[in-house]
Every structure is written in C-alpha cells, then in structure tokens.
Design a protein around this ligand. Sequence first.
Ligand code: ADP
Ligand code: MG
Length: 521
Amino acid sequence: MQKIVVLPDLVVDQIAAGEVLENPASAVKELIENSIDAGATEIRVEIEGGGLQRIQIEDNGSGMNREDLALCLKRHATSKIRSAEDLGRLVTMGFRGEALAALAAVSKIELKTSNGKEGSYLAAQGSQSEQITPRPRNRGTTIEARDLFFNTPARLKFQKSAAACAAAVLKTVQTISLAHPEIAFRLLSNGKLTFDVKLSEWKKRAEEVLGPFAHEIAAPSVRGLLGRPEEGKANRSGQVLFVNQRPVFSPWIAKAVKTGFGTRMREELFPVFLLFLEVAPDAVDVNVHPQKKEVRFRDEGKIYALVQNAVIGAFQQSAPALPPVPWDFTPMPTTPFILREQPTPSIEERLPMEPCGRPLVQLGDFLLVEEEGWQLIDLKGASARLLFEEIEAPQAAVQPLIWPLEIDLQESSEEVSELLKAAKIESHPLGPKRLAIDALPSGLEPAQVSAFLQEFQGGKRDRRLAAVVTRTCRASTRAYSFEEACLIWRKLQNCEDKQYDPLGRTLAVSLTKEALKEMFR
Ligand code: ADP
Ligand code: MG
C-alpha cells in the first residue's frame, strides 16, 4: 500500500505558521515589518485579548494594488526578492513571503489596502480567501487577524495568558520602534493606549523607550548607548541589539560588549546596552532562523573586535588612551574582509604580553606559543576545559535568553530538562518531546546548544558532564580566528587545571629545540 501522501496546502501552511508565528507578538512583528518595508511613517497596532482575539495593524505605506493583494496571501509570494542572489543584498525586513500566508492559515484575516489610486478589500479564513472587492481607503494597508490559532489547537494550548501575550506584544513594538525613530508607533491594548511615540531621532527615541544611558558609542558601523558599569544586571534583560535595523539575539556580540567593559564591570554582571550594528548585507546571513531572530556573520572575529573596540572607545572619550603595544608576529591570513570599515586593533592585541608565554601562530585548531621553548596548545580541548570549569563553578553565571530557544528531542522533554540542570541549562517542556531553553551557562553559546543536546540523546552514551562538554567542543567545526585562539589560551591560564581537557587528554605538547632537531634526524 502507498504510504506517502503529499500534504494539502492548508496543512503545509499551518506547519510553516508554526515556525514563523509562535505567538501574537511574532505575528505583530511580521506585520510591522511589512509596514516598514512598505515605507510607512505611521504604524498603529491594536490588540485584544493579548492579540489572541484580535490583532490589527494599520499603516500609511505604499499599499497594494488589486493584483498584488490577490497574491500576497500565497506562500512564497513576495515582492522583495526575485532570486537567491537577492538574499545577499537584502535591504528589506521580509523576504520569504511566508508571514501573510502563515497568518492566513491560522486565523481569520481581513485586508484593506490602497495604493492611493484604487482601494481593495479581501477576507480569508484558514487560507480560504473570498473575492476581492473594491473598498476606498487612504493610501496604506490595514490588516486584521481574529482568533489566532483557532484551527491549530496544539499551538493555542501553549499560549500564555492574555496579559503575558499583551506584554510580549508591547515589548515587540517598543523594540522595533528603537530601530525606526523615523516612524510614529502607537499600540492600543483592549482599547487602551499603551505605547505612543512620535517621529524622533534615535537617541531621543531610545531614552523615551528605555530611559537615560550614561555613555554613547559612536564608531564606524556601530552606534549605541551603554549603561554605567555599576548598573550591570544579573541577566541579559538590559541588552538590545540590532543588526541592520533587525532586532537579533547574539550572545557572541553581548560578550564582545562585556569584554569592552574590561575590568570596569564585575565578572558576573551583564552590561546594559543598546547597540546598532551596520554591516554590508552580504556580510550577514539572516536566513538562519524562521523568525529571523538569529543572524550569522561571515567573519565573527572581525565583528567581535569591532564591537569590543567601539565599547572601549566609548569609555576612552574621557580617559587617556592605552599606549599601543605592537605584536611582532605576522597573523594568519583570515577570510576576506567584509565590513565597510577597518576595525582598530582589538584590546587583546593592545594589551601587554602575559609574563609567561606569547602566542606565535595558529595552526588550524592549534596555537603555537613561545613558552619554555614552544608549546602547541589544543584549542578544541582547551575550549572544552574552559566551558567545563565555567559550568562547574559554584557561582556560574547563568544567562537568561531574551528569546527562548525551542528544540525538538528524541527523548522525553521532562527527563532531558532534568538532566540539563546539571549543565546549568534552564529549560521547560513545551510538549512531550519539545523543549524551550530559557537560560544557558555564560560559556555556552546558543549555537552550541543543539550539539550539546545531541550528546545527551540516545541514553547509552556517557552522560557525565565532562564527557558531554568535551564531545560537544571537540565535534565543533567552528574555525577559530587568531584573536579567538589567543583569547582561549589566555583564559586557559586561569583555569584550575590547564593541563588536561575534562576527559583527561593533554592540552599542551612541549616542543623543545632538541625534540625538533630529533624530528629531522
Ligand atoms: P515578505 O514580507 O517576506 O515579502 P509577507 O508574507 O510578509 O512576505 O508579505 C507578502 C507581500 O505582501 C509582501 O512582499 C508585500 O508585497 C505585500 N505586503 C504585505 N504587507 C504589506 C503592507 N503592509 N503594505 C504593502 N504591502 C504589503
Ligand atoms: Mg513580511
């Protein structure tokens, strides 16, 4: 008997909706992004019941003509890209042509739109749309979605209370508004005005939404505001990052900011910051997360140095500059340079040498250090050691994620959640085999989480923390930049055990002149 069937369109759309639309806030985010892409200068959001009962977004953007309105609810219908190459030069927020199709699949929607010449109206329910009828309207678009997730009970069941949903919508509107001071935003929740900002410029908008900041970053490609070092928080809740005006989450960049604070801030605290990073569209991949919450950079090391230096620069405006201490090695060639501006040398490069040892050159996953002859350091093993000691530390810093990571498992989510506690990973089950990760130990990057979880799967393997950490780090295919390699080596110097990885494999091999001579005999 035939077992494979092609899924009906509505089911396909509902599956896709599960990825794009997690809750009312993600629907609001998609709709606002569309209004921004349409060039709106005023966006008005109305929600009822936290958005589960009703979401309405009204804008004064370009609107659509009748033909475009007929297409806009179709999956992969977009006016923003034409080819895969366009992904490398994205300047719009949307590009997948998925949001409206997804929303139409899981709610009852009505669209009113006008391009200034003709106005049209369209209603659809669970992807079934009616005829388009003429309907006058000023230029712009109004989209109303009622009964969100009415036909996807599983998704509906996992929604939070109306109040929590409303709070998440408010946060979404506020966050997006930070990157678009040129747009006036209004949010009404159950008829009450809860957010209202007029046209402004970025610093004023930031203070209006987030309150005052102490320091300003004004470097090429990076601008933003920093809280005082002593105002650091116990978690990441005070951190907002935009890459090309897109709100994203990147512990990697957060770490670069923290490093820029240097010793001004206590180890366990998280700096408060608002950061806008501008990179060439082809230097960043936004197509790695269904809700575009994560981005990947072509050259993480360069971005890291850029951010770190910008933060250092913000503090140096009032303090004397550090004298430059030049290195006397030729660094490894790195991948072609992709940022618009050349970053200045990183703090790691400018700091005086450690008293013992000096990194010379990187050989793939190994670093050659001049220290009692030479030492060859195993970087993967060393990063496992660092992560292990960070997790084991009694006061290990745990970083709540602004946006929890959702992961599908092979095993019971309750059990895995319990096991993860030992690794200081906080999580809660979303379903029998689906888990939301809420917080990570500070040394673990979200990009490593799925590899980490894979190591837990199957049950038969060694589930000791030491084994899981070591296997995760050793299996990583991430290439280290020379700066990162030096950082790993420097941090290793502070480890309790800097000789061995958590499973007891040696981390450094001595190369003496004699031993080298011996090799060539
Ligand atoms: P994407 O934004 O990825 O293109 P969407 O499903 O969000 O996909 O939207 C599909 C298309 O509908 C957009 O490409 C755009 O042409 C049109 N559209 C959606 N919302 C608006 C709006 N508020 N104003 C004008 N056009 C819109
Ligand atoms: Mg869109």
